[in-house]
Design a binder for this molecule. Structure first.
Ligand SMILES: *Cc1c(COP(=O)(O)O)cnc(C)c1O
Length: 404
């Protein structure tokens, strides 16, 4: 459906398709020119909007999923079992076996999964199975101050330093029809720096050498920057990663797997909100908007937002400058405040505030609190297409029963 942008009811998300395309192409180009044997697995949890997961599928990406529900969504959207990268600590046993059997990518995260694999491999003695293993290692030591967990350890995968990684490998190597052909090294960092990925690539070399691994793939995971001023972009990471990997691997034998989420969809996504009321309380100006902090900062961690304002009428000459306007959401929670607009022209009902870089960990974490999910549009030049209707009670009540 084509829609006229001015008439669209706020609030809504917009995905700019040409920008998304540019980022996808930038990633693919940067990978192919540095390590021609590569695979992109799109991180469903970052934003699993059906249009988006179907868009990246069309481009050839696999589905990187971390739960049975995400796996089921991938299947629902047409991904085959051999187009799944199955990660994380909360896989389902049935889907684990389905992906394993089809030759999709399984990155083992726990002893429980090794148990499933042992049982399944024994039940299929005529088949051989290939798996990856997720290494938990001290990235903080290699990149002080840069990791999310800091000095405290992360909780995913098998810990290299305590010997659990070696233990897991020994168990797997004793299984006659299983081989460990992949290494998963996703680590979350605060910095998302090029140096973090250099260290991850170095770790791949270290593990390969120390444990004499023959790897068909190295999965670097996600966690890249994309679309942020002054921060790295895809072409900054992969020459460095390739330089390190070339010390121990070659592209003809080992594939480079990446699992981008936020870096791919940040820049292309905006959230459009409108002022619906203003009020002065004890000398403070509150600007009430129909977008909420829960829409674009659901985990309440952002200290600032990228945004621009579209005044509904001429403001330069006519509107007074106000020292502080507190921009708030529509919900009834006091914490639902987005930012303070300092020394700017007065905002009035009808003005629009448009937040930028809001593609990741927003839609996928939105609550159904007070208002239902907003609409999502895909923009292509001046053409707007609605790809998700605003939720109404019809969507909210689906699957419920209330006839007493
Ligand atoms: C979250 C996650 C990603 C994506 O991370 P981004 O920061 O959104 O790029 C990729 N792989 C795994 C295993 C993850 O947990």
């Amino acid at each position: 459906m084509a829609v006229n942008a001015e008439k669209i009811q706020t609030p809504y998300f917009v995905i700019d398709e040409p920008i998304l395309q540019r980022y996808y192409d930038m990633l693919a180009e940067s990978l192919s020119s540095n390590w021609e044997n590569y695979l992109i697995g799109y991180s469903f949890k970052t934003n699993s909007l059906p249009w988006l997961v179907s868009y990246v599928k069309e481009k050839g990406a696999y589905a990187e999923v971390v739960s049975e529900d995400e796996y089921s969504l991938a299947k629902y959207m047409g991904y085959r079992d051999d187009e799944i990268i199955y990660n994380g600590p909360y896989k389902g046993k049935q889907s684990f076996c389905d992906v394993l059997l089809a030759g999709g990518i399984i990155n083992l995260d726990s002893m429980q999964e090794i148990g499933w694999l042992t049982e399944f491999a024994a039940a299929h003695p005529d088949r051989t199975f290939e798996v990856g293993i997720r290494a938990n290692f001290n990235l903080e030591k290699m990149c002080p101050g840069e990791t999310t967990m800091g000095e405290v350890s992360g909780r995913f995968g098998f810990c290299y330093e305590t010997g659990r990684f070696a233990d897991a490998l020994n168990i797997l190597r004793a299984l006659p029809n299983v081989s460990v052909t992949g290494l998963h090294l996703h680590s979350s960092s605060k910095s998302r720096s090029v140096n973090v990925f250099r260290s991850i690539a170095q770790m791949a070399c270290q593990l390969k050498t120390e444990f004499d691994l023959t790897l068909k793939y190295i999965d670097l995971g996600g966690g890249y920057c994309g679309g942020m001023k002054g921060r790295p972009e895809y072409p900054d990471y992969f020459p460095v990663v390739a330089e390190e990997l070339h010390k121990c691997f070659t592209p003809d034998k080992t594939r480079l797997v990446v699992e981008p989420g936020i870096s791919l969809i940040s820049k292309c996504t905006t959230f459009v909100t409108k002022v619906f009321d203003t009020r002065d309380i004890k000398g403070t100006r509150y600007v009430m908007t129909d977008g909420s902090r829960f829409n674009i900062d659901p985990t309440m961690i952002k200290s600032s937002h990228l945004f621009h304002v579209e005044y509904s009428t001429d403001h330069d000459a006519v509107r007074p400058v106000i020292s502080q306007q507190i921009i708030s959401g529509f919900t009834c929670m006091e914490v639902d405040r987005l930012f303070t607009y300092t020394n700017q022209h007065e905002l009035v009902p009808g003005d629009r505030i448009i937040y930028e870089n809001v593609g990741g960990y927003t839609m996928s974490l939105n609550p159904l609190f007070i208002q239902y999910f907003p609409a999502v549009y895909v923009q292509n030049g001046d053409h707007m297409r609605m790809v998700r209707k605003k939720w109404t009670p019809a969507e909210y009540v689906q699957g419920n029963e209330w006839n007493l």
